[in-house]
Design a protein around this ligand. Structure first.
Ligand code: SDX
Length: 435
């Protein structure tokens, strides 16, 4: 179902200096705000629009993910995230994101087989790791090794061939998880564990991270289910910063491995995917409930760069539906593991105090997806520095789905924003002796 966004509605834009007016067409999607089509604005008015952090700019049409920030709605291809997290699994959601509908039994089996049999990486990839220091940040390693995959898979780099696009997408979904596990093993000085085809995606990932060659390892089913749910909740999220990075890189017709590597680099930032690591570090810095008021005051102080990590969101102004699911999963994992992590109590008290504070209420700052995920991941045994790698593993399917949708657009054009120039106007060169 491809809804034609064209309408007969328009906005009139008038230049108050000249009285000249133009009509801006209104385009309407199947849900969410309509958009003003400004593609002819510069040709008709000689003016650009100005929206530096894209707070009011639609960069593309997409059928993949819908978010309503006011109502706390997140849907993938029309399915609510809470339903998917409860009833589906990560590979089924991956199929949905990539192909547009939930798979039938045969499609699901075929997809699971394809992903499973792409989890191994070329043995040469192992040698990349030896170039990194053991204490390299795992995201630094991931930026490098994921981009390097394009050096191995020349048979799937033709982005105009649908079959090669599909193989690249499957390879990335499967291999980024393996590379993530290898990155964890490398950073703790343990041998890499090869993928196992008899395990589910989440079980296999936990096995590759926590098994050792010296003895058998049984994946805890509660942790596997929590891991799978965490992957689902992080899979895609409309045109967020890293997805927009992947789309922009892809618009130049760069290969998908390089595009996903650019998304990993962007996700690393503490304002984005790096927030889950920053939340744990913040909770450890706060230390105890008694210190919460001091940190709340710092978060409100414009002269203090400190922000309450895991709070706030560009789109969600009510609540992040993923945070609610993660909070429930957090309780389940900690109970199953018999862990009484004081950070969970601290996080819940921080949430309670912040949500009663006018500063946070007025600015509609609520816990986001990163607020609780770190506590679960810590309980599962991951070092804090691996948290954003886990986010990247999940988001890879969102990145490749959005990339694929863009490449399949009839008229793929390179993304090339303009600017408001405020620098020096033309001036003559001055010789060194005369400066
Ligand atoms: C993710 O886009 C996505 O979809 C991202 C993501 C995804 O799935 O891809 O959902 C994943 O990145 C979640 C966000 C993780 N980041 C953090 O938790 C870092 C802490 N949050 C902030 O850095 C911030 O809230 C952002 C980056 C998330 C959103 O920034 P915006 O939309 O640019 O908001 P803003 O900076 O304009 O803030 C508006 C006001 C400001 O105060 P005033 O200038 O109006 O007085 O709210 C304040 C900000 O100072 N504010 C905060 C705050 N976040 C915003 N104050 C204290 N603590 C915070 N966390």
């Amino acid at each position: 179902m491809t809804q034609n966004p064209k309408t007969d509605k328009t906005f009139t834009l008038t230049n108050d200096q000249t009285g000249d007016s133009i009509k801006l067409p209104v385009l309407e999607g199947t849900a969410g705000p309509p958009v003003l089509d400004i593609r002819k604005l510069y040709a008709q008015t000689g003016h650009f629009t100005f929206d530096p952090s894209f707070t009011a700019t639609g960069s593309c049409k997409s059928r993949i993910t819908f978010i309503d920030g006011e109502k706390g709605i997140l849907q993938h291809r029309g399915y609510d995230i809470a339903d998917l997290a409860e009833k589906s699994d990560f590979l089924e959601v991956s199929y949905l994101l990539l192909n547009g509908d939930l798979p039938d039994k045969q499609q699901k089996e075929e997809f699971e087989h394809n992903i499973t049999y792409h989890t191994m990486v070329d043995e040469q990839v192992n040698f990349f790791y030896r170039g990194f220091r053991r204490d390299a940040h795992p995201m630094a390693i991931m930026c490098g090794v994921v981009g390097a995959l394009s050096a191995f898979y020349h048979d799937s780099l033709d982005i105009h061939d649908p079959a090669q696009r599909e193989i690249s997408a499957h390879r990335l979904i499967a291999k980024v998880a393996t590379l993530g596990a290898m990155t964890h093993k490398y950073s703790i000085g343990q041998p890499f564990m090869y993928p196992r085809n008899d395990l589910s995606f989440a079980e296999n990932f936990l096995y590759m991270c926590f098994a050792v060659p010296a003895e058998p390892y049984k994946v805890n089913p509660v942790l596997a289910r929590a891991m799978d749910k965490i992957f689902i909740l992080h899979a895609d999220h409309e045109q967020n910063a890293s997805t927009s990075t992947v789309r922009l890189a892809g618009s130049s017709q760069a290969n998908p491995f390089a595009c996903v590597s650019s998304g990993i680099a962007c996700l690393w930032g503490p304002s984005h995917g790096g927030a889950n690591q920053a939340v744990l570090e913040m909770l450890d810095e706060i230390g105890s409930v008694e210190n919460i008021p001091e940190f709340i005051a710092r978060a409100k102080d414009k002269d203090d760069p400190f922000r309450l990590m895991g709070f706030g969101h560009r789109v969600y102004k009510n609540f992040d539906p993923r945070a609610n699911v993660l909070k429930a999963a957090c309780d389940e994992v900690l109970e199953d593991l018999g862990i009484n992590d004081p950070r969970l109590e601290l996080a819940m008290e921080l949430e309670r105090i912040a949500l009663e504070d006018p500063y946070f209420i007025e600015r509609k700052l609520f816990p986001n997806v990163d607020f609780y995920s770190g506590i679960i991941l810590k309980a599962m045994g991951f070092p804090t520095s691996m948290f954003t790698v886990l986010f990247a593993i999940a988001r890879t399917v969102g990145w490749v789905s959005q990339w694929k949708e863009m490449i399949e657009e009839p008229a793929l054009r390179i993304g090339r924003p303009r600017q408001l120039y405020t620098g020096p106007t033309q001036r003559p060169y001055v010789d060194l002796d005369d400066r």
